[in-house]
Ligand binder design. Structure first.
Ligand SMILES: O=C[C@H](O)COP(=O)(O)O
Length: 266
């Protein structure tokens, strides 16, 4: 039986596009998406860098696609305000128009030293601000070679989901992003991504939070997704969208990726 989870096709722009570029890009992208029409069962998410959030939000609001194209941020701090120079709080993001926030991306974990515990605090901060966290999990190449993929992901989930109730977990998004597949051009095979998503991540959510949350939580794949390989991932019912880096920076490739997210009728 086909699932009814809305697929989330998300573009993580990382540290790319100044605000003026972001505005022009969003206008062009939204024009293309609107012309093509909303694919069945798909929601789109744009995650620009902080300085471009307002410009992208204004373009989304001005377009006719504001009901299915959302704004997200790439990170947040877990405190709400105060003397934390350089940090950005959840309520600031919500006020800027964000609905989602990426938490625990591997670049945050590995380049900026975010621990599982920090990620867990950020997940809770996102919920407190009314944002939907997109929790990123995934193994490094060394962990994969040592057969630790499952243990690493189980631990990341255990820490990040601790203390969250069923409704919270059901409403969040998890992104499976094998670190070795990010920005490398070497994607996980769709079958392997599907296996980890269904048998490791969804199973761990089931153990930690229960069957209802496991059925409802949306789990994306991320890592060298492009306009060519996206169809193979989306052919697998358990993969609820994609978290896309490089290929989300071009109108043509991201438009094709969004279209590929369409849920086929049961
Ligand atoms: O957040 C996105 C992921 O890190 C994937 O990036 P990529 O599509 O450039 O491999």
């Amino acid at each position: 039986m086909a699932t009814h989870r809305t697929r989330l096709m998300a573009g993580n722009w990382k540290m790319n596009k100044v605000p003026s570029e972001a505005r022009a890009f969003t206008r062009q992208l939204l024009g293309r998406l609107e012309a093509a029409g909303r694919p069945e069962g798909v929601e789109v998410l744009l995650c620009p860098p902080f300085p471009a959030l307002t410009a992208v939000h204004e373009e989304i609001v001005a377009s006719g696609a504001g009901d299915w194209v959302q704004l997200g941020a790439q990170n947040l701090y877990f405190e709400t305000h105060g003397a934390f120079t350089g940090e950005v709080a959840g309520p600031m993001l919500a006020d800027a128009g964000c609905r989602y926030v990426i938490v625990g991306h591997s670049e945050r974990r590995h380049l900026f030293g975010e621990s599982d515990e920090t990620v867990a605090r950020k997940v809770k901060a996102a919920f407190s601000a009314g944002l939907v966290p997109i929790l990123c999990v995934g193994e490094t190449i060394d962990q994969r070679r040592q057969g630790q993929t499952e243990a690493v992901i189980r631990r990341q989930l255990e820490v990040a989901l601790e203390g969250l109730d069923e409704a919270a977990v059901a409403g969040m998004v998890i992104a499976y992003e094998p670190v070795w597949a990010i920005g490398t051009g070497e994607n996980a095979t769709p079958e392997e991504a599907h296996r980890v998503i269904q048998q490791v991540i969804r199973q761990r959510v089931r153990e930690l939070t229960g069957q209802a949350a496991a059925e409802r939580v949306r789990i994306q794949y991320g890592g060298s997704v492009n306009a060519t390989n996206i169809a193979d991932f989306m052919a697998l019912d358990g993969i609820d969208g994609a978290l896309v880096g490089g290929a989300s920076l071009k109108v043509d490739s991201f438009t094709a990726i969004v279209a590929a997210g369409r849920r086929k009728a049961a």
